[in-house]
Design a protein around this ligand. Structure first.
Ligand SMILES: *Cc1c(COP(=O)(O)O)cnc(C)c1O
Length: 371
């Protein structure tokens, strides 16, 4: 391909060209709903009832969406998923963690626990990108850590408890809201809202089991030092009052609540998961049938329903393809940079229409033929 300026016929283009794996497509209706509250919500105190009711609406909506078992609580705080890893090294891991590492995000949590001076060196089970390890019992560990969906490679793993004691901490930043799972298989299911929840980043949300809350309380009562902004006991106490320790982004909270209400109103988690499944079935089916493209994840049972990674053969330069798509208003199809493959990566979160994923593959077919 040599021509970056080719124009895709407008009847082939998706209605919305946003396919980023995070931050992901925000529904225009949610942005409009926020604009409608420009005068009595935005720019008002997060300690007053208007904002606290919104936080309560979000926490209750999430409990409904995930059908939270009795005793599970929804905590939130500032710092996104990355901030939550740091908070977890202080407030959830007692002494030694066990990690599954099969991509960028899983490996970042490993680095955070390995660097924490008050923890023992973590136990790490690795697998190559595009694959995943099994959930196994660890050796003398008190917390199991793995992503629900590895956003960098497009591989998911079904949350499950290993045959041993220990908290199960699942990084569901890209999986939460787009995939069914059994909440009783997790103690802390945490995420930031800029993926399936089609909002902005900056906050973390954690669904915590009674055992996780006991752990937070017992570590907080110990003599371990913890910075206040990462202190999960402080986050727990504030969340119970529909507050955060310091000022949250009010727009993020509002748009996340809009998305949760939208999902609940349409049929909840199974409805959202079915949308993602339909979109990704189309993408993978298209790639399997193509003679230039193929799914990067060779084992179909490991393929993510929310983030699809597609390899191209030497006849197509994937970076150039993404550039031409971008010039035509189809954004963020680039592969994960550190993976370094001739690849595109497509976010297919619940807000993305399946018809737009179909339009995207039609556009790619057009470009492959015309460039
Ligand atoms: C995006 C992502 C993160 C990082 O989220 P931040 O809110 O930017 O910290 C962590 N884990 C997974 C699985 C992700 O997809």
């Amino acid at each position: 391909m040599s021509n970056n300026t080719i124009t895709i016929p407008s009847d082939l283009l998706p209605a919305d060209g946003r396919f980023c794996s995070g931050p992901s497509k925000v529904r225009p209706e949610a942005v409009q709903a926020l604009a409608d509250r420009a005068h009595d919500y935005m720019g008002t105190s997060h300690r007053q009832m208007t904002v606290r009711f919104k936080v309560a609406e979000l926490r209750n909506g999430l409990a409904e969406l995930f059908a939270l078992p009795d005793g599970y609580e929804v905590l939130l705080g500032n710092g996104g998923a990355t901030g939550f890893w740091d908070a977890a090294t202080f407030g959830l891991i007692e002494r030694r963690s066990h990690h599954l590492s099969f991509g960028e995000f899983g490996s970042k949590f490993v680095k955070a626990s390995a660097a924490a001076p008050h923890l023992e060196a973590p136990e790490v089970v690795e697998a190559d990108p595009g694959s995943r390890p099994d959930i196994v019992a660890g050796d003398d560990v008190d917390a199991y850590c793995y992503p629900h969906n590895e956003t960098s490679t497009g591989v998911f793993i079904e949350p499950a408890r290993p045959a041993a004691d220990g908290l199960v901490l699942v990084d569901a930043t890209s999986g939460a809201g787009g995939m069914r799972f059994d909440p009783t298989a997790t103690d802390v299911y945490y995420f930031a809202p800029q993926k399936c929840f089609a909002a902005d980043g900056g906050i973390w949300i954690a669904l915590c089991s009674p055992t996780a809350i006991e752990r937070i309380e017992s570590i907080a009562a110990s003599d371990r030092w913890c910075p206040a902004s990462l202190d999960l006991k402080i986050a727990l106490d504030n969340s119970r009052k529909d507050q955060t320790y310091n000022t949250p982004a009010l727009g993020t909270i509002f748009i996340t609540a809009e998305q949760v209400n939208w999902m609940n109103g349409n049929g909840g988690l199974s409805w959202a998961a079915d949308r993602c499944k339909a979109s990704s079935d189309h993408l993978y089916g298209w790639a399997e049938a193509s003679d230039v493209a193929s799914p990067f994840v060779t084992d179909a049972s490991m393929r993510s329903p929310v983030v699809g990674t597609i390899d191209f053969d030497e006849r197509v330069d994937a970076n150039q393809l993404s550039d031409v798509l971008r010039a035509n208003g189809i954004l963020d199809t680039e592969g994960y940079r550190k993976l370094g493959r001739n690849q595109i990566r497509i976010g297919m979160f619940p807000a993305v229409e399946t018809t737009d994923v179909e339009a995207l593959t039609n556009c790619i077919d057009f470009l492959v033929e015309h460039l």
